[in-house]
Write a protein that binds this ligand. Sequence first.
Ligand code: F6P
Length: 410
Amino acid sequence: MRTDKLFSGKTLAILSGGGDTPAINSSIEAVRNRASMLGFKVYGIQKGWKGLLGNGDVVDLTNIPYDGIYGGTALFSSRTNPFPSKKHPEDRSEQIIKNIERYKIDVLVTIGGDDTNGAAKKMYEKYGIPVIGFPKTIDNDLRTRTIHHYKKQQFEAVLCPGFPSGSKAIKKLTSKLHTTNESHQRIMVLEVMGRDAGWLTGSAVFGGAQMALVPEVEMTKERKEFFFEQVKEKYMRSKKKSMIIAVSEGVRWWNDEKRQLDMVYASSDLDEYGHPRFGGISGTIASEINKKLGIEARGQISGYIPRSGKCSEYDRRLTSTLADKVVDLLLRQEYGKMPVMRNIVDYSELEEYHTEAIDMGNIGNFPLPELYYNANDFSFTEQYIDFLTHIIGEPFRMEFNHIFPVVIPN
Ligand code: F6P
């Protein structure tokens, strides 16, 4: 009886690039386990593409204990771009090829968003490197061609590992923030990661945020005036004279002094994919609310909270399901593809049956669909609520209404 496995003697390497998420280790573990069952030796490339530059930085993952529930990435990450960029004009892709040969890597799995997988796509197209992309981003803005079925209609949506855990974290955080905000009868402007898309910002609505601003809709001078009117009206109508406004870090906001649309940066230094670092829009909006409406307001940056901590159950199963599809691609030796969910489904329906592999040529940025966000009252629509309910369950808000009888002195 033959006992050797189909791919014995072959090596598969995994790398993760870009911002971390709580679901990367889960993806690495799921791909590693399946690839070793097929007989591959499995390597981990450290720090994204950087680990294939120079002499390389590669570790053996084949039989090593691996904790996939622990968040972040045990392989570390970087925003290294092997192709020329403004920050790094030199083309370093030949160094990658050299190391793929030196380490005898037969297949490369790249866990990343648009940037990391965009570079992987080029490696495949330009040099024929056998790559399989694996989606990842808390921003959820990488096109996965996933269909959301709602009331007999179909919408193109996105489902990226990392987003379910990040989204759950934002829902929980927002839900908690109400108590401090209510105590001071304030408006809190909660800033949420998302450079170009408001997918994650919508999760704050699941924790009770009453209004939301997203990068897809520019806050021009006129829209800003309209926004302030609505803020005032909604605050005055609120039972507790308290309100949370969720805002994506990448919102384009009219600057009254410069008379132009602006973004608020923590640092204007660009990374190797041309991105600046955002941060601070919540403070700007809170101080304008204070000044213009005379209502006490505070900015709160949720920062790295959605990227931190354990992988959620939904993400755990999602990454396993997508890794099942990776097996399919390996068996067929189909490269230049990325496994994705074909449909938005509940946790219990996360099965390989709902997956498919898309051509990496098709990946790119995918913003929030118009039907998910209502720009007329700065809210997320019932379509979006249905979309996210499949992933993180029903909206939740920590709330208690104290009703005290007023004491009137004799
Ligand atoms: O990877 C996407 C992201 O989470 C964005 O939402 C955010 O702007 C960026 O990463 C911040 O990344 P870092 O501060 O780790 O470079």
